[in-house]
Design a protein around this ligand. Structure first.
Ligand code: CTP
Length: 401
């Protein structure tokens, strides 16, 4: 999978820099063409000579080279690469990258690169858990970068905890997996709904819910990263997809979401409705603002149309429709009833509990039921990893259709 892949290996100042030698060797052994960029401080941990020998290419650190001060074209380097892997990534490089700071060649290449970027952080446990580091990680993920999460173990400081760089063999496996699935879902047209809907009470008030849209957007990104053409019909959220190929159609209410989904459904191979659509809306929405009075206010609510049930009832044999179920009690039983009643190909179950507070959080724990009524359960994971499990599941169905 790495044969002839062009990889820039960024090496920054961390004691784990010695492992970048093994990583360079493994990448070259797997057939990749490797060019190394080191920060100046990284050279206090490992020599450029070691890395140039193992990568079979000159090592870059400066914007210029040679006696004539020839310019190293960072834009060209960024465009050359099929992947940029920064291993180890120090806390400093992580912070610079998250904030667009360009104070060395590696940062300039990172900002210029159009290829996927992988960060393999390595630092002490408290540095890793510091809120600023964690915020930087979140931000880098939101920009569409891949984080190769550090492992737990003994650290250079003698402390034990999270912060050890992922082992070079595991980094190579992750890269191989990435390139194996890169075009896995090309030719597929996938429709996703995400976020909440807002149902107007009057011109200033509405009924809605706490959905952040993170799960739906993470799924959309993962599917697009695997080559699918993805459209998100999205309720009001504060996020954007990282993959710029995704087409976002913004809506406010359940009725608008229904219109936009129906208009696009016949053209899609797969529809996965993740949105937390309001089940009820006010019978009438009042023009202007309802004035406060001494009497109680009665709101008549009527059901919204069930978009998922509606499209699933019209689907063709070669279309796949999946839904989400958010359940607190009798979770699996209720999810199965939804799958059967709505005639779905699969349903993703979120069990809402104190341990799995789905709304607005970065983590989620899911199980998936297929139409043969077989359950697959997953560990609690980041929404990005959950999205990857769902994409694997979709790929398996597509392969077997
Ligand atoms: N859904 C929809 N249109 C609606 C309501 C829900 O498309 N008007 C979709 C959601 O996007 C999700 C699934 O249906 O994929 C959720 O089913 P639903 O029956 O609404 O279950 P819950 O919202 O989980 O809640 P409840 O148990 O109250 O039915």
């Amino acid at each position: 999978m790495l044969f002839r892949k062009k990889i820039i290996l960024g090496v920054t100042a961390s004691i784990a820099a010695y492992k970048s030698a093994l990583l360079a060797r493994l990448l070259v052994k797997a057939g990749a063409e490797v060019k190394v960029i080191m920060t100046h401080s990284a050279q206090e941990f490992i020599t450029p000579l070691t890395l140039s020998t193992l990568s079979r290419n000159p090592v870059y650190s400066n914007f210029t080279t040679g006696s004539q001060g020839e310019w190293i074209n960072h834009v060209e380097l960024g465009l050359w690469a099929d992947a940029l892997v920064i291993a180890p990534t120090s806390a400093n490089t992580l912070a610079n990258s998250a904030n667009g700071i360009c104070n060395n060649l590696l940062q300039a290449v990172y900002l210029s690169a159009r290829c996927p970027v992988f960060f393999a952080p390595a630092m002490d446990v408290d540095m890793w858990h510091h809120p600023s580091t964690q915020n930087n990680i979140k931000r880098l993920e939101q920009y569409g970068n891949h984080i190769l999460h550090p492992q737990s173990g003994e650290l250079a400081s003698g402390l034990v905890g999270e912060g050890r760089m992922l082992e070079p063999e595991d980094i190579v496996k992750k890269l191989e997996h990435f390139f194996a699935i890169e075009k896995q879902l090309k030719h597929l047209n996938i429709l996703i709904t995400a976020g909440p809907t807002q149902e107007k009470i009057d011109d200033v008030r509405y009924i809605s819910n706490h959905s952040s849209g993170k799960m739906g957007y993470a799924i959309a990104d993962e599917l697009a990263n695997r080559g699918a053409k993805v459209t998100i019909v999205s309720g009001p959220v504060n996020i954007k997809p990282s993959n710029t190929s995704i087409h976002v159609v913004n809506v406010i209410s359940a009725a608008q979401m229904r219109e936009e989904v129906k208009a696009r459904f016949s053209d899609c191979n797969i529809a996965l409705l993740v949105a937390a659509v309001a089940d009820y809306k006010p019978l009438q929405s009042v023009a202007g603002k309802i004035k406060k009075s001494d009497a109680n206010l009665q709101l008549d609510l009527v059901q919204t149309d069930d978009i998922l049930a509606e499209i699933a009832s019209t689907k063709k044999d070669n279309q796949i429709v999946g839904g989400f179920a958010l359940e607190m009690e009798n979770a699996k039983e209720n999810a199965q009833t939804k799958l059967t009643n709505k005639k779905l190909d699969f349903i993703v179950l979120n069990e809402l509990s104190n341990e799995n507070d789905v709304f607005g959080n970065e983590f989620n724990k899911i199980s998936i039921l297929n139409k043969k009524l077989h359950w697959e359960s997953f560990e609690k994971k980041s929404k990005f990893d959950v999205a990857s499990d769902i994409a694997d599941f979709i790929n398996n169905i597509v392969k077997n259709v």
